[in-house]
Design a protein around this ligand. Structure first.
Ligand SMILES: Cc1cc2nc3c(=O)[nH]c(=O)nc-3n(C[C@H](O)[C@H](O)[C@H](O)COP(=O)(O)O)c2cc1C
Length: 161
């Protein structure tokens, strides 16, 4: 699948079969996050891949549907880097697109104002000075929804706003 096709196909998927995801695929997906654009090349990220079913069930505080994910990737950022929010968003989108390209469904959960941040820090042993930017449940999709997007002509401006 090429990049444009993956971008067009990616949708937030919240319904998984609970099948496991092979480790090489998870490595490819995280590698896509590692390769994202990053301010001053600081790369202020870590990625925790959770595949243990009991641990995955701990993520249901952020949505019951997460229990059926094959893996959850937790994106951890170093906020001492000036562009940590932008960098995190770039890495997250790369992870979502790579998941789509490999045929999996995924969803961006919680955002940088993550309400359960302290809970996940304690669950996963994340240092207090780091930030939990997002949870990315990934799995074999049961269904792929098609949310309404604004038409291109409503958001595309040539030359001036
Ligand atoms: C910053 C951010 C936070 C999000 N948080 C959640 C969330 O907590 N739970 C959830 O189910 N989806 C979450 N989403 C997914 C959005 O709901 C989804 O991207 C949006 O509805 C558009 O659908 P699409 O991703 O299929 O294009 C989040 C997305 C972003 C970018």
């Amino acid at each position: 699948m090429d990049a444009i096709e993956a971008i067009r196909k990616r949708r937030s998927v919240r319904n998984f079969t609970d099948e496991a995801i092979p480790k090489p695929d998870l490595k490819t997906i995280v590698d896509a996050g590692r390769l994202a654009a990053t301010g001053s090349n600081r790369q202020p990220w870590d990625f925790i891949v959770v595949t243990d079913r009991t641990m995955i069930s701990e993520f249901t505080v952020s949505g019951a549907w997460i229990s059926k994910a094959g893996a959850v990737i937790v994106v951890v950022m170093d906020p001492s880097s000036r562009w940590w929010v932008e960098d995190g968003a770039a890495a997250i989108e790369n992870v979502l697109l790579a998941s789509t390209a490999l045929g999996y469904g995924s969803c961006w959960v919680e955002g940088d104002a993550i309400p359960h941040e302290e809970y996940y820090k304690s669950l996963l042993g994340i240092p207090s000075e780091k930030r939990v930017m997002a949870l990315l449940p990934i799995g074999v999709a049961v269904e792929t929804p098609a949310p309404l997007k604004k038409p291109l002509e409503n958001v595309l401006h040539w030359e001036k706003y």
